[in-house]
Write a protein that binds this ligand. Sequence first.
Ligand SMILES: [Mn+2]
Length: 179
Amino acid sequence: MERIGEVTRKTSETDIRIRVKLDGSGESSIRCRVAFLSHMLETFARFSKIDLEVEAEGDLVHHIVEDVAICLGQALSKALGDRQGIKRFGYAIIPMDDALILVSVDLKERSYSVINLSLSEKIEDVSSDDMRHFFRSLADNLQATIHVHELWGSDSHHKIEAAMKALAISIKDAAGVDT
Ligand SMILES: [Mn+2]
């Protein structure tokens, strides 16, 4: 059975559709005007091997980032179904030049997040608060525990990108079949 999840969510602030296919090849189709968020969603798909379709419109960047995280978490949760027979835990320590980021996840429905990243106020066209919010909302809506810890680094773009790669690899492993 294919593990697919789709979520559409329309509010007075945003209009979002997300579809994920867990056992995919990492292809992504992202329609979103927030360039750094789009870059991170493509990165997430590529390293998780989850096929990802995102159509996201909205008024403010903050609302778009938050609501994409909500919908992505819900779509992943739907695709995981009853979560029986999965490995449950996944972790990775990923470098990107100066940055070294540790991510660890537990997919067994314990919503909790610790986002330990020291970031510049602005990263391209998003704020660091928006990106912290992204990880928190994803954990809440995926019903997962997500730890993101900075071990080293100076460049905030690299830190977030390494965190996204580590998150992707962690979720891919945790969602894998326990043999
Ligand atoms: Mn980049």
